[in-house]
Design a protein around this ligand. Structure first.
Ligand code: GN1
Ligand code: MG
Length: 369
């Protein structure tokens, strides 16, 4: 926490007296704190985040995307008579000068968001119902944004899910990486080469206009959904990568993070496998929300999209390991390599069960239609 944190907090239009703050959440990119204020005798909490502007190079543009998206969702939910809109969408709190984020004199960027009380954030999935509810929430998020008015949203990270570009970046880093890091990752490097055919699938479908561009979340990890005590998925959070994309990116990242009970950095790879019951829950929850919106081509490529995006994530972790752990926050040496290994284990698990998983999709498509 920076020395002048209190000054940062009081730059935002948060009523009451600031009392204290502590670190919050497990994101790999931004730094998040939860603050406590006293206002009219009541204690209130808010989120204060330092936006990682090495990664999000134009924070004001990013906040503009988030403002448009959250406003649109809020309006639509109000039209649908949603009883408590402020608990189901994120709300940006402007600075006292009315700006969407604070550009600090030390060059850092900060924003404030409402804290949604009485919610739980899960790092790993515990049961199919949770996976179904989260997948439904992300699917609904996509459908709420189909009619977002105005110009195309900005690409907060250009070419974010361009897997062939990720592969090229990886090969470039590998070509001059530290020999010790290469030696530690020998097997993963060989596996990444064997699976390189997975890279082109989605970008090809997009470039050939086989599947449409939509507005997508692009980081549909289980821990980007807030649940209530009854396991209902209340709110989709972490909107930094909401931008034009493919519906399949979001579906695929859910398969990556919600169909195994293992952590993303699990070292016991025997625990890392796609469980058909969880996979079925993700497919079912997602389709329940999106079936009317999806085209036949999108429906046909659900499983291959999962393989491409899991492969992309394996490459991204491996690249960061080889580059010296510069992108993802790590808690131990070799952390990014461990993360890469779980992604490769998931791919292997999908390959072993491809028939079962394809049948689950077909069945679910038939029931949802
Ligand atoms: C990052 O911020 P966080 O931890 O939710 C990353 C995602 C990766 C994910 C892997 C902007 O998400 O793309 O899939 O880690 N976000 C960015 O866990 O790179
Ligand atoms: Mg996150």
């Amino acid at each position: 926490m920076p020395a002048d944190f209190e000054k940062i907090v009081t730059s935002f239009d948060i009523p009451g007296d600031f009392l204290q703050a502590e670190p919050h959440g497990e994101g790999h990119i931004n730094a998040t704190f939860v603050t406590l204020h006293r206002h009219n005798g009541r204690l209130t909490r808010h989120l204060i985040q330092r936006i990682n502007n090495q990664i999000f190079v134009d924070p004001f543009q990013l906040m503009d995307n988030i403002g448009r998206v959250t406003e649109h969702i809020r309006t639509k939910l109000q039209q649908q008579d949603c009883p408590d809109v402020s608990s189901v969408t994120m709300t940006v709190i402007p600075t006292v000068q009315g700006r969407s984020c604070l550009h600090h004199s030390d060059g850092s960027y900060w924003r404030a968001l409402t804290f949604i009380p009485d919610t739980i954030c899960h790092q790993t999935v515990q049961n199919p119902q949770q996976a179904l509810n989260a997948a439904h929430a992300f699917g609904r998020f996509q459908t709420l944004l189909v009619d977002l008015p105005g110009p195309r949203l900005a690409e907060t990270i250009p070419a974010f899910h361009d897997t062939p570009r990720r592969l090229a970046d990886y090969e470039r880093i590998l070509s001059h990486a530290n020999p010790e890091r290469i030696a530690a990752a020998r097997e993963e490097i060989s596996e990444a080469a064997k699976l390189s055919h997975l890279a082109a699938t989605l970008i090809h479908l997009q470039k050939e206009s086989v599947i449409p561009e939509r507005i997508t979340h692009n980081d549909t990890k289980l821990n980007n959904v807030l649940f209530d005590a009854s396991e209902k998925a209340i709110c989709v959070v972490d909107l930094d990568t909401v931008m034009p994309g493919l519906s399949l990116y979001d579906f695929a990242d859910m398969v990556r993070t919600m169909t195994t009970t293992a952590n993303e950095d699990e070292r016991d790879l025997s625990l890392v496998r796609v469980q058909p019951a969880l996979f079925e829950a993700v497919v079912h929850g997602y389709l329940k929300a999106t079936i009317a919106m999806l085209t036949d081509a999108e429906k046909q490529h659900l499983l291959s999209a999962a393989e491409t995006i899991i492969y992309e994530q394996a490459l991204r972790f491996l690249t960061d390991h080889l580059a010296g752990d510069r992108y993802y926050r790590i808690a131990r040496p070799g952390h990014n390599l461990d993360r890469c290994r779980t992604q490769l284990a998931l791919l292997q698990s999908i390959a072993y069960q491809r028939e079962t998983l394809s049948e689950i999709i077909s069945r679910s498509l038939t029931c949802s239609d």
